[in-house]
Design a protein around this ligand. Structure first.
Ligand SMILES: Cc1cc2nc3c(=O)[nH]c(=O)nc-3n(C[C@H](O)[C@H](O)[C@H](O)COP(=O)(O)OP(=O)(O)OC[C@H]3O[C@@H](n4cnc5c(N)ncnc54)[C@H](O)[C@@H]3O)c2cc1C
Length: 377
């Protein structure tokens, strides 16, 4: 019987595993992929991650992995509007291949029984009574608590009958790494850029290798219009913003294939399902435009760890655990998520995107306020 079984070894899962294991809990961490592995993401770590990484004890390791320091942000619309601002601190560009493996290893070092290449297939049980988790190859593990940290959407959402699955999720996303071949017009060092195009937007950020990560999210209809081919979709859509087209023309794709995902939703999904405590994207993902999902995943793990320890020690009831985490989560993330959804909707509409970028340009404090507030400031 483990104190906690954590399903998913991304940012939320590996950091929660490290926090609980360090506090002396027996923790099983299950990650379906064999690490290291690529993952779809903008790979931009917002400035406030520094605190979470320090508390995890991995900040120096992240820096010495060569994380690219990012201090400025630029947003453009397809109509040619552009807004640039300093970030409220130093952000970092680091590939998910590197970051996820580093955090998973940190959880193992902290004492968690961390198993990659192991997929959780089903969960049974109840909060207060204990759970059983079955893996893809039929092994069963017992745990007093189970945490769902398996990301945006997974098989367990279906077995847990989560209501968000009934709703439309008409967004697709892609990412690839690129080498800058025309340095004059390539993404400058130390900058994150988000370029809107009709029906979507694309983020550009440099990572530890010096390559540029390009990651875009768009209406699924745009992929259908391109015959389902991401390459054709990129050619048709990314060229519609002149600033983005200039950057893309200055680069050559280094990744052999695109990382891809579909059915992306920005809905809030709930902090518990079938007694399983949801941490990170499983509870709700902020719009990618904000570049704050990873910071929120790390923070959510911290918000869950305290109440989890209390319930394991018998200082809180199962209901008290549920209420405490729900309250902390809502207080920390509700405003950020709502602002993110507004920004996302604006980003998809060319006229709205232009109006927002022009408003930021006309009143820079408004733009800075937006950047701060979507980071919980
Ligand atoms: C297009 C796009 C761009 C983004 N860009 C950024 C950005 O630049 N900056 C930023 O901060 N955020 C960004 N995000 C958001 C960010 O990627 C997520 O918020 C973050 O990864 C959430 O971490 P997590 O640990 O909750 O989930 P994940 O990182 O998705 O980790 C979940 C893990 O669970 C594993 N898993 C899934 N199912 C199972 C199972 N059944 N058993 C075992 N393991 C399982 C998966 O393999 C995965 O490793 C972006 C998102 C999108 C869609």
């Amino acid at each position: 019987m483990y104190d906690a079984i954590i399903i998913g070894g991304g940012l939320a899962g590996s950091s929660l595993a490290a926090h609980l294991a360090r506090a002396g809990r027996s923790v099983l961490l299950l990650e379906k992929r064999s690490l290291p592995a690529d993952k779809l993401c903008g790979e931009f770590l917002s400035p406030e991650v520094t605190g979470s990484l320090r508390r995890l004890g991995v900040l120096d390791e992240v820096r010495s992995a060569g994380a690219h320091p990012i201090r400025r942000a630029r947003i453009t619309s397809a109509g040619g509007a552009s807004f640039e601002s300093a970030l409220p601190g130093t952000a970092l560009g680091l590939s998910r291949r590197r970051l996820d493996a580093l955090l998973f290893e940190n959880a193992r070092r902290a004492g968690a029984d961390a198993r990659d290449g192991t997929k959780a297939r089903a969960v049974e049980g109840a909060l207060g009574e204990g759970f059983s988790v079955e893996t893809g190859d039929g092994e069963r593990f017992a745990g007093r608590l189970v945490f769902g940290a398996y990301g945006r959407r997974g098989v367990l959402d279906r077995t847990l009958e989560r209501p968000f699955l009934e709703k439309d999720a008409p967004l697709v996303a892609f990412k690839a790494h690129y080498d800058a071949v025309r340095p004059k017009t390539a993404l400058p060092d130390g900058a994150i850029e988000v370029h809107a195009f009709p029906g979507g937007y694309c983020g550009l950020a440099r990572i530890e290798t010096g390559a540029v990560n390009a990651c875009w999210i768009a209406r699924t209809a745009l992929l259908k219009d391109a015959g389902g081919d991401p390459e054709a979709m990129a050619a048709q859509t990314l060229s519609q913003n002149p600033a983005l087209a200039e950057r893309m023309n200055a680069m050559e794709r280094a990744s052999e294939e695109f990382e891809a995902t579909s059915q992306v939703t920005l809905r809030t999904k709930g902090t518990f399902a079938g007694g399983v405590c949801m941490v990170g994207d499983t509870a709700g993902m902020i719009a990618p435009l904000c570049g704050d999902g990873m910071a929120m995943a790390l923070r959510a793990a911290e918000l869950a760890a305290g109440p989890a320890e209390d319930v394991l020690d018998g200082r809180r009831s199962a209901t008290g655990f549920r209420n405490a985490y729900e309250r902390r989560w809502t207080r920390a993330f509700r405003t950020r998520l709502a602002l993110g959804r507004f920004a996302h909707r604006s980003g998809l509409h060319p006229l709205l995107a232009s109006a927002v970028v022009r408003a930021f340009r006309w009143a820079p404090p408004l733009g800075r306020w937006f950047i701060r507030r979507t980071r919980g400031g």
